[in-house]
Write a protein that binds this ligand. Sequence first.
Ligand code: AMP
Length: 457
Amino acid sequence: MSFAELGLAPELLRAIADEGYTQPTPIQAQSIPLVLAGRDLLGAAQTGTGKTAAFTLPILNKLIATPPTGAQRQVRVLVLVPTRELAAQVGESIRTYGRHLPAVKTAIIFGGVGINPQIDQLRRGVDIVVATPGRLLDHLQQRTVNLSGIQMLVLDEADRMLDMGFIRDIRRVIAVLPKQRQNLLFSATFNNDIRGLAESLLNNPASVEVAARNTTAERVEQRVHFVDKSRKTALIAHLVKAGDWQQVLIFTRTKHGANRLAEQLMREGIVSDAIHGNKSQNARTRALADFKSGKVRVLVATDIAARGIDIDQLPHVINHELPNVPEDYVHRIGRTGRAGAEGEAISLVSGDERAFLKDIQRLLRREIPVVVIPGFEVGSAPSAAELATRAAHPERERPPLAPGNDRGNQQRRRSSAPRSNGNNNNGGGNSRPAARANPQANRGSGRPGGQTTQRAR
Ligand code: AMP
């Protein structure tokens, strides 16, 4: 099956060729003809499957097939997404695939940045709006966007939108749309809430599914290291240095945990940054750009902030803690091994997380190999160097987070721990400069698990 056989316009085929895609991914091969035929669609697909092009290409094709009517250009397509990053990314894809269609205009609407440029852009007239629900509602309230001409609605990563509590916002947006329209809903996971939303939204939908949701999981080399909670950071530093890993995405369960880990790794000489919902949009964009360009070696992220991070061939993903929702594990490791590339996903599992591991293995329907890293066995004594680092940075000794209660923990921490005790981050003048560690100097510390392979970025 080729893209040409799918009935796409020559301008789109040219853009696809520019991208170097030779054949449609399975979700594209299934979805494109259905969307072109005007069907509603229920798509079971996660990022990394090519799903963005699966809806973007036929949407663009339909837009150019029926040029706008009337003097005023109306918004005809609305794509709702959960996060700013995903909005930016989907918008970027539309621009990429629409490169040879200069008449099609797209606005990307999300919060955390000034509203006025968005208002100006909407006023000039756009065909497609890609938006997060909250900021779109602001525009609706201010009457700076008119959605009465919407012909197609896409809910992308609908499961994540519900997880983030957007259901009411979504329903308020849908309420102002014309009843007669084509609807596409994509979700990586399906629970009763998603099914409920799909039932109320979709009209006789066609279902497309790309294999099992663990296809990504199959491409990614996974392993688990059992380790004492207090030694997780030291183990990460060891893995990154000994394997000479240059681009590592690490997940933590909390925003505070993300900041703290990034700071600790910086002290180990590993250039690191954190992204999470408390950071400004600019700081997030900058951190992501630095990570992509290689300036930042380790990016520590919470699940939501990492959603939609699109880096081709991201070689290493580490779970500092396992997520308590097993589907999040699949999302996380889907950051590596994208679009056919190989990747490696490592989970650091302490004793209190064994139950999470079981749930994840049940979802994957297989066991994840456990690899022992010499020197980091459960219950083994930390090395003298590790103890010295810990003594210099006693904040590492804080009691670990209890699993399964992210929000509660964050609140407890916020209310109880006086942060200004000079003990938290840069206090005491003991922070080392953020120099990139010399990997050669660390080679002698032994290869972790004997199987860490360096992959080209
Ligand atoms: P997505 O699932 O939409 O996030 O896409 C994942 C990645 O696959 C993106 O980096 C796309 O550029 C890439 N991609 C999408 N379609 C294809 C294709 N047909 N062939 C090769 N790569 C693709």
